[in-house]
Design a protein. Structure first.
Length: 142
C-alpha cells in the first residue's frame, strides 16, 4: 500500500512542478515583448531616436560606474571623510575622436584631509582611471 501511495504522491508533485511549464508552452509564443519591434520601425527618424536614447543610457551608466569606483577608492583610502557628491564630466559627442574621455571630475567631501593625503588620493584616483591628475578636483567642507 505504501508503494502505491508514494507513487501517487510523486505523480502529483511532478504535475505541480510541471504545470507552469505546460502553461508556458501552450500560452502565447511571444513571452518576451521587445522594447522596439523592428518590423514596425520603418522611419529613419525612429532609428535615430533609439540610437540617441541608447547613447544617453550608455553615458549615464559609464558615469555611474566611474562615480562608484571613485567612492570605493575614497572609502578605502580615507577614514575621516565622507563623499557628498561626485560629478564626472566626459566628452559626450559620439562623432568626435575623444568620445567617452573624462574631461574633469569634481569630488565633494565632508571631513578633514591633509594636503599630502589629498594629493595622494588624487593620484590614486587618477591612476585607477588612467587620467591626468589635473583633471581631478577635491573640495572639502568640514
Amino acid at each position: 500500500m505504501r508503494k502505491y501511495l508514494k507513487f501517487i504522491l510523486s505523480i502529483i508533485i511532478l504535475a505541480v512542478i510541471m504545470q507552469p511549464l505546460i502553461k508556458l508552452n501552450t500560452a502565447d509564443k511571444n513571452v518576451f515583448v521587445p522594447l522596439y519591434n523592428s518590423e514596425e520601425i520603418t522611419d529613419n527618424w525612429e532609428i535615430k531616436d533609439i540610437e540617441t536614447v541608447q547613447q544617453v543610457q550608455i553615458i549615464k551608466m559609464y558615469k555611474q560606474r566611474v562615480e562608484s569606483a571613485i567612492s570605493a577608492i575614497i572609502s578605502e583610502s580615507s577614514n575621516n571623510t565622507e563623499v557628498t557628491d561626485i560629478s564626472v564630466y566626459i566628452h559626450e559627442d559620439i562623432n568626435k575622436k575623444n568620445f567617452g574621455e573624462i574631461h574633469s571630475i569634481e569630488i565633494k567631501l565632508i571631513g578633514y584631509l591633509k594636503d599630502t593625503e589629498r594629493i595622494k588620493l588624487i593620484k590614486e584616483i587618477a591612476e585607477s582611471l588612467e587620467i591626468a591628475d589635473n583633471k581631478i578636483t577635491i573640495k572639502i567642507t568640514e
